[in-house]
Design a protein around this ligand. Structure first.
Ligand code: SF4
Length: 351
């Protein structure tokens, strides 16, 4: 089938097969532009002029894991930091005052935060919640029993990325981490009443079929947010010399996810190509700008530890101005909150 035939079939309610997804991800030239145009149309039908803005607070760069692709892996000798609860709350307050829709509280798997039944993590989440802002918690893979506590502290979303749904590849990337334990994080988070996010990474040696499988699996998981990011080689890691891909596979994956799963939040991350990459991701059908960072506060990104942060390129005002130039606008906190309330209502655990 041609790409336009697959798009027609999906428009008419057909379920895309893995082969269809591979074909869509293989689009080049005019067909790739057709894919992006379809994704924009689907996104605009779903969300109108709204774009959603998430601020990023990477509050601890300590981690007990040793993922081969990650700069913050345990054995990489780098400077690390752990922010105090007061500083994290102050950073979140700045983001809220600037009009950000959600604060993403991210950390490595920091044993300090896991100690004493996650008490400091819970304190941080509940402190930020008191500001009256929506929260995504991204603390890694935790015990099942922690999920209701994280929800009760105030988290709306729980984000944990598989990166690949190919178990062999997973075992080479996320060393000594159980695939099912990580997968179940999203199941347990949802059971506790949180919205969830899964993500895939491209450029790590996966096949086209792996990418298609990840997209279809993430869709079937019913995560309210799904993402794709391009691998960026990190100094001091086993994959530091892996040849990086350009961003087209990420853009095509964004478009395919949008077309197949119209109602999901799909990020345009600033963490791969900085502010320069925002427009191309929105033009591929993304709905949500992630990794907006408060400048001059000594914070890091994940895929790009420093890119555009201290210059203010990932700051709120700069992002809002660029979105307005595209004829869109950032949803107000109330508009976003009412969408989140409706989504949470759907998954609220029955008494
Ligand atoms: S990807 Fe996450 S879990 Fe893995 S080493 Fe990096 S911070 Fe730790």
């Amino acid at each position: 089938m041609e790409i336009s035939d697959i798009l027609d079939a999906v428009r008419n309610g057909a379920q895309a097969t893995s082969q269809d997804v591979v074909k869509l991800l293989s689009a080049e030239g005019r067909e790739m532009e057709e894919l992006f145009a379809e994704a924009r149309e689907v996104r605009d039908r779903q969300f109108g002029k709204h774009v959603f803005a998430y601020g990023f607070v990477y509050f601890s760069t300590y981690c007990h894991n040793n993922c081969t692709f990650c700069y913050y892996r345990r054995t990489n000798s780098i400077d690390r930091y752990r922010k105090s609860p007061e500083e994290i709350i102050s950073l979140a307050a700045d983001l809220k005052d600037a009009g950000i829709d959600l604060v993403d509280l991210t950390m490595g798997e920091d044993e300090h935060m896991y100690a004493d039944d996650y008490s400091e993590l819970l304190e941080i989440i509940s402190g930020v919640k008191k500001l009256g802002i929506s929260i995504m918690a991204s603390p890694g893979a935790v015990k099942k029993e922690a999920m209701p506590k994280i929800k009760a502290a105030g988290a709306d979303f729980y984000a944990v990325y598989q990166e690949t749904h190919n178990r062999d590849l997973y075992s080479k990337l996320r060393l000594e981490q159980d695939f099912d334990f990580r997968y179940n994080q999203r199941v347990w988070a949802r059971e506790a009443g949180m919205l969830t996010e899964d993500g895939m990474m491209v450029g790590l040696g996966e096949s086209m079929e792996d990418r298609a499988d990840a997209i279809l699996t993430m869709g079937a998981e019913k995560c309210e947010q799904i993402r794709c990011m391009t691998f960026v080689p990190q100094a001091g890691t086993p994959l530091q010399t892996l040849e990086p891909m350009d961003s087209y596979m990420e853009l095509k994956s964004i478009a395919v996810m949008r077309i197949l799963f119209p109602d999901r939040f799909i990020p345009a991350t600033l963490d791969v190509e900085g502010i320069e990459g925002m427009k191309s991701r929105l033009d591929a059908g993304a709905s949500t700008i992630t990794s907006i960072v408060v400048p001059h506060r000594h914070l890091a990104g994940v895929a790009q530890p420093e890119k555009d942060i201290e210059s203010g390129g990932r700051s709120v005002q700069h992002v809002f101005d660029l979105v307005a130039d595209m004829g869109k606008r950032i949803a107000t906190q109330n508009e976003f909150r009412s969408m989140i309330d409706k989504l949470e209502e759907r998954i609220r655990p029955k008494p």
